[in-house]
Design a protein around this ligand. Structure first.
Ligand code: 6PG
Length: 245
């Protein structure tokens, strides 16, 4: 299995434990280098975490003014669209804690095309890389979710974005049926450069795919995009259900 798996009794305990982990990481990073670089995930799962982070004790404990907030992926919709990952984080967290506006780095979905949005976001990532003297840039923590087809961020099974090893951010297309098909996503070189990747997987409906991802049959070890996230740093999976050993 790749990474450490922790199962919690329910979504609230999962959210609180993830908030505790994030807070500790933020305190350490700010002590060490004066900043905490965080890549947020989207979809529905992180809502509970973001909401929890805006509440005591985290609202007063986390050095919000020293955070730099990015997104692991975004849907190509306006920032106030109901499907926007930016909107989710803004409404549940960023509008409730004092992260300076110039330290919040949304994907520019007002670009003419997803490809141009990805190019512009690559510029944002290059600025972080230059500031850090690293290439690719290194997130202290990258939050990720898991789709029922094994996708993560907007890296979809069979998508060319999963094979991208040069560019740091690309446009991708979600499968038929997705609420928003046009996406922008960080690629594996950036995700795997993170100090820590934390997957949040909530809801018993995810049990089957998580079992396949973490307990693959022989020869299926690299079938799903989520299995390609193998950071040099720490890889953690937090769930609110159990899977077979
Ligand atoms: C997105 C996410 C995506 C998400 C998974 C799980 O933009 O949709 O980044 O990768 O994490 O699809 O989504 P849920 O949390 O809604 O199940």
């Amino acid at each position: 299995m790749s990474g450490a798996l922790r199962s919690f009794p329910g979504p609230l305990e999962l959210a609180r434990s993830a908030a505790e982990l994030l807070a500790g990481m933020a305190e350490r990073a700010v002590r060490e280098v004066g900043a905490f670089r965080l890549a947020l995930s989207g979809g529905g799962t992180p809502r509970a975490l973001y909401t929890r982070l805006a509440e005591p004790p985290f609202a007063s404990r986390i050095p919000w003014e020293k955070l730099e907030v990015y997104w692991g992926d975004e849907r190509f919709v306006p920032p106030r669209h109901e499907q926007s990952n930016y909107r989710l984080a803004a409404e549940t967290l960023l509008e409730r804690v004092p992260v300076p506006a110039d330290r919040v780095h949304p994907v520019p979905t007002d670009a003419a095309t997803p490809e141009q949005a990805a190019l512009a976001y690559t510029g944002t990532l290059r600025a972080l890389a230059a500031e850090q003297g690293r290439s690719p840039p290194c997130f202290d923590l990258a939050l990720l979710g898991l789709g029922s087809d094994g996708h993560t961020a907007s890296l979809f099974p069979g998508g060319p974005e999963c094979a991208e090893r040069e560019r740091w951010c690309v446009a991708s297309i979600a499968p038929e049926g997705a609420a928003v098909r046009e996406r922008i996503t960080l690629t594996l070189p950036v995700l795997n450069a993170a100090r820590c990747v934390l997957f949040l997987v909530s809801g018993i409906e995810k049990r089957k795919i998580l079992q396949k991802v973490l307990r693959p049959a022989l020869g299926e070890e690299r079938r799903y995009p989520a299995q390609l996230v193998l950071p040099a740093g720490e890889l953690l999976w937090f769930t609110d259900f159990t899977i077979d050993r």
